[in-house]
Write a protein that binds this ligand. Structure first.
Ligand code: 5GP
Ligand code: ZN
Length: 144
């Protein structure tokens, strides 16, 4: 547990939350400032800041919970779809430094935007640059 972490305090029951799911590794609760009815956060109980810090097993449990809960949340609030996303790191808008996946229910004509709307200006990348990036990622991923 990290001392000043709000989400660790929720895991420990020191701060109340509307918990919707819990198992040995994962906790899910409603976001206190929901972007839509049913806006849910899914966290590993262990404190890790970003996805890259999460050990593989914990990551698998977190994804399993996201996968399990997303259709349930959609169904309960009568959503037409959802955005499931992480603000991963401060540069990406992460405010609580305990990794968490958002399940944000979406409704036809809710006026929201797709995940594509989160990034800044689109880069103008040449084919050679794209090839280079793809090769580098594939090389690094192959080393894991
Ligand atoms: P981030 O920007 O870090 O991805 O999102 C943090 C989310 O946590 C925000 O959507 C915010 O509303 C939510 N949040 C912050 N503090 C609390 C809290 O104490 N309880 C709950 N349930 N949600 C919180
Ligand atoms: Zn924490």
């Amino acid at each position: 547990m990290a001392e000043d972490c709000i989400f660790c305090q929720i895991v420990d029951g020191e701060i109340p939350a509307r918990v919707v799911y819990e198992d040995a590794d994962v906790l899910a609760f409603l976001d206190a400032n929901p972007l839509a009815p049913g806006h849910t956060l899914v966290i590993p109980k262990e404190h890790h800041e970003t996805l890259g810090d999460v050990p593989p097993e914990s990551g698998e449990m977190m994804f399993a919970a996201l996968h399990y809960l997303t259709p349930i949340v959609e169904d309960v609030v009568g959503a037409d779809g959802s955005n499931v996303a992480f603000n991963n790191g401060e540069a990406a808008g992460q405010e609580v430094p305990h990794v968490h996946g958002h399940i944000i229910p979406r409704f036809d004509d809710d006026g929201g935007r797709p995940v594509h709307a989160v990034a800044g200006e689109r880069p103008d990348l040449s084919d050679a640059e794209l090839d280079d990036i793809a090769d580098s990622i594939a090389d690094s991923a192959g080393e894991e």
